[in-house]
Design a protein around this ligand. Structure first.
Ligand code: ADP
Ligand code: MG
Ligand code: MG
Length: 908
């Protein structure tokens, strides 16, 4: 039969599954010579057996009794009798730390006999009765299921009767009376006498700890955090000899961290209380003192504590969070575990532990959760802030920002350029609001999800965004928004926290982003380790600059349509779309060409000597036009207005000429209104003409490039002219042209030919030939199946996993996320959101097929991914495993991706 109980001196400190985290560490500490009170661990297997069979395993109590015998020998105390009674604590602890399980029972082993013994031994009746009444209540609650309220009621009554405020003022007799009252509560509530047999006490407490594993809060917690039986199955029970921090002023209890978990600084960090029991420190009844004060108050013990800290760190080689108690001058350690730290402290301690030769570089790299790093790149709300949020939306893009509310992108742009700090507040945003984003410190919308336009664009720019804050009613016309009873007018200051989704009134102090020297160093190690290169998705020189700061090795995706949306370009783009013939279109394109060229010059210069991958125009053209609905409304108002102008004209004509009209009445003529109407009506016809039944599968990408060749022609020319301009200035650049939505080799051939013609033209115009590489997005299912052919022309592949995921699942992201995906996830029909976490099973299979086909055709084919998943650690792992060369993600995810790429390599 399996052994169910292990003494602290024999349990395997590595076996947390069997002994629980707390138990394993108590064993480990005991065995490396740390002063832990003697004790033993009952295994999680015993727990599982108890829960399966409904009763304690047969041999368990015999093993427990044998261990108690050993404890008696080790301590010279006796359990259940004598002048020096053995008291123990009964503590839960599973493989993973998990709130919601049962409380610890302290002082178990007290009964009328041992109580007398304790009084004689300590000569302190007050202390003994205090321990007794605490034990009755805790045991009553944990083992007998009696609610605290019943005890508290009696306790308060006793305080009132004695006329005292604080329980520390009770004397021994009063506490004795309280104990009797408590025994009475047990009789009343549990319908039984409080057990005096200490073995029965122990047995009941063990069973209660086991049962707490299936308590509602514990079960909910495991479900919420996806804790499977493989990770933690059942709780262990730790039985530990009691030590007392409350026996006088040479006693104390406290908790510590081996380093400061907020800053990572290597210093004594923690709190303690003199003359107190462990729970008092956390309970907040008395205010604990910082550990630094112990140096003068208890110098000998302080030295021991410093030694304990050093031993823990050099043994565990990881920051520890520990509990200690000092009884009559002797220091005991009662618990240790890996300390939870914020991102900055995790990075700092890992890098410093490498420098201190405690850990290897690889360990430092593996120790930090990549996702945490994003925290470090954005300003955060000061943790001390106590302001109440007035609204809650979705945490759509992390970071905190304060600024004046503006409800319109044009005003935001104007005020932003004047140097004002602005928060753009909209019901939802559209591509034509983009200039407002540039000007804003943060974006708040009352509609839309984490993948709404506002969220995606804000994330790309690294600006905080709270989306879909439904409590907010935005009234653009009145230039105000209502949140409950609050009215926010244009210019009022609010604060957003894009990491939590909270919205606050007024300005709340923020802590600036901090890309520390340690982080930079850690990420350099990551780059040296990783096979995958990390590039960035960036569309503007500003975004490119941020991406470089974060260590991007080039731009893997520049979406040219983002450039089209800026307010000085959109009218030209619209002219181009509305063009009635090739000539008109060329005129508009001729105006766009120098603008695009300048964009590329700036981008190439910023990124040199790294490559910049420019994707040719991708979205359907109607995305640059207003919606049909908006146009119909505008046309309607224009017609009404025309009536007004006509009416006014005929009124003036019939009036006496002596009537002098004020100058302000200088009016638009009917002709002006007609011009506006004609333009709007043309736009409406165009919108209807361009309308796609299903825009995602409609007239977009290379299909657009082939039906309107001059558009791609203009873009390619702009790229290549920019390349010439940079080369002239001696800048080392590597432009890459990427074609979206490709399904067949012939499409690529068509675009490649256009490019070659332009190269030839430029060569004859300037005498220079430009080197560029030419590749394709792989984002259609057909492209995956025809990869071998496509690689005949394409020199690189970039998986567009957003579209590829949509195509593989045959549903659109917006519809899925808004309508059925949450339920699919909840019901376990799909494990994750495939638009956030790459679906390695389905989409991944297509990717593998394309990689294989592509490399068979062209051995040195460069392959990357530029979908949103490219910044997700698990997806990066997959990309590494299938042999991609690079991942490209939004700038703020670049550090995350660099670390994840290194971890992917180290995992093999
Ligand atoms: P938790 O997991 O909630 O921290 P613990 O089992 O660690 O529960 O115990 C709760 C409190 O009781 C802690 O402050 C701990 O230090 C203290 N404690 C536990 N066992 C003993 C003991 N044998 N002697 C003294 N204090 C103890
Ligand atoms: Mg603890
Ligand atoms: Mg795409």
């Amino acid at each position: 039969m399996a052994k169910l109980v292990y003494s602290f001196t024999e349990g395997d400190g590595k076996n947390k599954k069997l002994l629980g985290g707390k138990g394993a560490n108590l064993c480990e500490m005991t065995q490396i010579g740390i002063n832990v009170p003697p004790g033993f661990v009952i295994t999680t297997e015993a727990c599982v057996e108890y829960l399966d069979g409904g009763q304690l395993p047969e041999s368990l109590m015999a093993e427990v009794k044998a261990e108690i015998g050993d404890l008696e020998k080790a301590t010279g105390k006796t359990f259940g009798s004598g002048d020096d009674p053995l008291l123990v604590s009964v503590r839960s602890g599973s493989a993973l730390s998990m709130p919601g399980m049962m409380d610890t029972v302290l002082n178990l082993g007290l009964n009328p006999d041992t109580l007398e013994g304790l009084i004689r031994q300590t000569d302190d009746a007050r202390f003994a009765y205090d321990a007794y009444r605490r034990f009755i209540q805790l045991f009553g609650k944990v083992a007998l299921g009696i609610e605290d309220a019943h005890f508290d009621e009696r306790f308060e009554a006793a305080k009132a009767a004695a006329g005292i405020v604080s329980e520390t003022s009770f004397d021994a007799d009063q506490l004795k009376a309280v104990s009797d009252e408590f025994l009475d509560v047990v009789r009343e509530q549990a319908g039984r006498e409080f057990p005096v047999d200490v073995i029965e006490q122990l047995e009941l407490a063990i069973e209660a700890v086991f049962r707490s594993w299936m308590g509602k809060r514990a079960v909910d917690y495991r479900r919420e955090f996806h804790i499977t039986p493989e990770m933690a199955n059942g709780t262990a029970v730790n039985i530990c000899t009691m030590v007392f921090g409350n026996k006088g002023n040479d006693c104390a209890t406290g908790v510590g961290f081996t380093r400061n978990p907020g800053t990572g600084d290597k210093e004594m960090f923690g709190e303690y209380l003199v003359n107190a029991q462990g729970e008092d420190v956390v309970a907040g009844i008395r205010t604990p003192k910082p550990l630094a004060e112990m140096e003068s108050e208890m110098p000998t013990q302080y030295k021991q504590l410093v030694a304990l800290r050093d031993t823990l760190e050099s043994h565990y080689r990881e920051v520890q969070d520990y509990e200690f108690t000092i009884e009559k001058g002797t220091l005991y350690c009662l618990q240790t575990r890996n300390g939870k730290m914020n991102a900055a402290a995790s990075v700092k301690t890992s890098v410093e532990m490498f420098r201190e030769e405690l850990i290897s570089r690889d360990e430092a790299l593996l120790r930090i959760q990549p996702d945490l790093l994003e925290q470090l790149l954005h300003p955060a709300l000061d943790v001390g802030n106590e302001a109440e949020p007035v609204a809650l939306g979705l945490p759509a893009s992390p970071g905190a920002a304060s600024g004046k509310c503006v409800f319109d992108a044009d005003i935001a742009e104007r005020l932003g350029n004047e140097g004002e700090e602005i928060i753009l507040v909209r019901e939802e945003t559209r591509p034509e609001d983009i200039h407002g984003f540039f000007a804003a410190k943060g974006i708040l919308t009352s509609r839309g999800g984490k993948t709404s336009h506002a969220a995606v664009v804000a994330r790309g720019m690294g600006k905080p965004c709270v989306a879909g804050a439904e409590g907010i009613v935005v009234d653009v016309a009145a230039r105000e928004a209502r949140i409950g009873e609050h009215i926010i007018r244009e210019g009022d200051v609010i604060t957003l926290d894009g990491g939590t989704g909270h919205v606050y009134l007024g300005a709340i102090p923020t802590i600036p982003a901090h890309f520390s020297g340690e982080l930079a160093e850690l990420l350099e190690w990551a780059d040296e380790t990783a096979d995958l290169k990390v590039m960035a998705n960036a569309d503007t020189p500003e975004a490119a600059q941020t991406a470089r700061e974060y260590g991007a090795m080039g731009i893997g995706l520049c979406r040219t349509e983002r450039m089209f949306n800026a307010s000085d370009r959109l009218p030209i783009v619209i002219d181009m779309i509305l063009a009635n013939n090739a000539e008109e279109r060329k005129a508009a394109l001729d105006r766009l060409l120098p603008i695009q060229r300048d964009d590329f010059i700036a981008l190439f210069t910023e990124m040199a000597p790294f490559p910049v991958t420019v994707r040719l125009l991708d979205p359907p053209m109607h995305e640059f036009l207003p919606t049909e609905h908006d146009l119909l409304e505008q046309i309607d108002s224009l017609r009404t207005y025309r009536q007004v102008v006509r009416g006014r004209q005929s009124a003036i004509a019939t009036l006496d000429h002596s009537v002098k009209l004020p100058e302000a009445f200088e009016e638009l003529t009917e002709e002006h209104v007609n011009d506006a109407l004609v333009r709007k009506e043309r736009m409406l016809r165009k919108v209807r003409e361009l309308w796609d039944v299903n825009p995602m599968l409609g007239h977009r990408g290379v299909r657009l490039g082939i039906t309107y060749p001059d558009i791609y022609g203009m873009q390619i020319r702009a790229i290549l002219e920019a390349a010439v301009a940079c080369a002239d200035k001696g800048i080392d650049i590597h432009p890459e042209i990427m074609v979206p939505q490709v399904i067949t080799l012939q499409e690529l051939g068509f675009v490649r030919q256009t490019a070659d013609e332009i190269v030839a033209q430029l060569a004859s115009e300037t005498g220079k030939t430009i080197n560029f590489s030419f590749g394709t997005m792989i984002e259609t299912v057909r492209a995956c199946t025809r990869a071998w052919h496509l690689a005949g022309i394409a020199e690189f592949f970039s998986f567009g996993t957003n579209d590829l995921t949509q195509a593989t699942f045959s549903f659109s992201r917006e519809d899925a996320e808004n309508k059925f995906l949450p339920m699919y996830n909840e019901r376990g029909i799909l494990q994750d959101n495939p638009f956030e976490v790459l679906d390695t099973k389905g989409v991944g299979k297509l990717i593998k097929m394309a990689v294989k086909g592509g490399r068979e055709q062209r051995e040195d084919l460069r392959i990357g991914i530029c979908g949103e998943q490219g910044g997700h650690p698990e997806s990066i792992r997959f990309c590494h495993d299938v042999g991609l060369n690079y991942v490209s993600c939004s700038a703020p995810r670049v550090p995350v991706a660099r670390l994840a790429a290194a971890q992917a390599k180290l995992a093999n």
